[in-house]
Unconditional design. Structure first.
Length: 353
């Protein structure tokens, strides 16, 4: 990818779309209605088999700012990469097809960009589940905040202590990225990842980042689906695809090394590795049934015998709320007890409220 004559002040809004006909109208119209008019909208139809493609074409017919690209199904990472390659804006903004944004979202982000020129401008978001909206609070600041290099490094290290509690770099949507940074450094989403591809992308981008601006106001609305873990397993077939955090942590390690941090990166990343392994085990084992129990047992057995897991267990240091029994069972390589405990924790954690 190259930086070819980017249009100053333009925001390229990239929307990967796969079988999203039930949500697409609300998403696209929230972008079309933006108070900031200097945008282009790239609808990347990733091989949809429903009416999503037709809806995209209809929107393009109505609004000349919209570019539709139809492609074979390759996953959201591939769709976003296609969007990046075809974008012309100075800034890039990602939004998922089942989400939507406030009418002034891009305007407010651009105001902060004009004021500070930060390398990333991040807006806060709401989670929506069962038509109930909840403001994201995980590792988020109470006021607008400009993060300099030292602040970013400290936040990354806090993220390593509790990866599921610090969400600033967990998502790629709802924020402005500099297109020149992405294109000049050939940054792309890893098409081999089915989970944590956003995290991997963010930590690669951070290598070229000195300042980040955060807005406390919730500008983005993120839809949480019922039985999301189950849907993920069905979508990607092999549960091992749920463990994309390995590459994300490699990118994170490289970032801290590039910052010349005199810290025990190995220890902190090793702890996060086990935290993420436990998180994904709980999500996966919570979906166990008669049809998939053999596959899940095989997966858990492989994990307990994995050399990287064994190597990183020594660095796991649980704090309040972290699991203490699962790592012990992992050391003992007791697959079925791990499955039972994780299934119990999953029901307790993700129980329908």
């Amino acid at each position: 990818m190259q930086n070819n004559s980017l249009i100053k002040g333009m925001v390229s809004v990239i929307i990967p779309i796969y079988n999203s006909e039930n949500y697409l109208q609300k998403c696209v119209e929230s972008v079309i209605k933006q108070s900031y008019a200097k945008i282009e909208i790239l609808l990347i139809n990733d091989g949809s088999t429903d009416n999503s493609g037709k809806l995209c074409d209809a929107y393009a017919f109505q609004d000349r700012r919209i570019l539709v690209i139809h492609k074979k199904n390759g996953g959201p990472s591939d769709a976003r990469n296609i969007g990046i390659e075809n974008s012309k804006g100075e800034l890039i903004f990602f939004i998922d097809a089942d989400d939507f944004i406030e009418n002034n979202a891009i305007e407010l982000l651009m105001e902060k960009y004009s004021q500070h020129g930060a390398d990333v401008i991040i807006g806060n978001f709401n989670n929506i589940k069962n038509n109930h909206s909840t403001k994201n609070q995980n590792g988020i600041f109470p006021t607008d905040k400009l993060l300099v290099k030292s602040d970013i490094i400290n936040y990354v290290r806090n993220y390593l202590t509790k990866p599921n509690k610090y969400s600033l770099f967990v998502y790629s949507w709802g924020r402005l990225f500099k297109s020149s940074v992405i294109k000049n450094n050939n940054i792309a989403f890893d098409i081999n990842l089915r989970t944590y591809e956003d995290v991997a992308f963010n930590f690669e981008y951070l290598n070229y980042t000195n300042e980040i601006m955060f807005l406390k106001e919730a500008l983005y609305h993120h839809l949480l689906h019922e039985n999301q873990a189950s849907a993920s397993m069905n979508m990607f077939g092999d549960p091992k695809n749920l463990f994309g955090y390995k590459q994300a942590l490699i990118n994170l390690s490289n970032y801290l090394k590039n910052c010349n941090q005199d810290i025990n990166i190995r220890k902190e990343v090793g702890h996060a590795y086990i935290c993420y392994t436990i998180i994904q085990l709980v999500r996966t084992c919570g979906q166990i049934n008669n049809s998939n129990k053999k596959k899940i047992y095989t997966l858990v057995h492989e994990i307990t015998n994995d050399a990287d897991v064994a190597d990183n267990l020594q660095f796991y240091s649980p704090s309040k709320g972290d699991s203490k029994i699962i790592p012990v069972l992992m050391k003992l390589k007791l697959a079925w007890p791990i499955i039972w405990v994780c299934k119990y924790k999953s029901r307790k954690r993700y129980a329908r409220k």
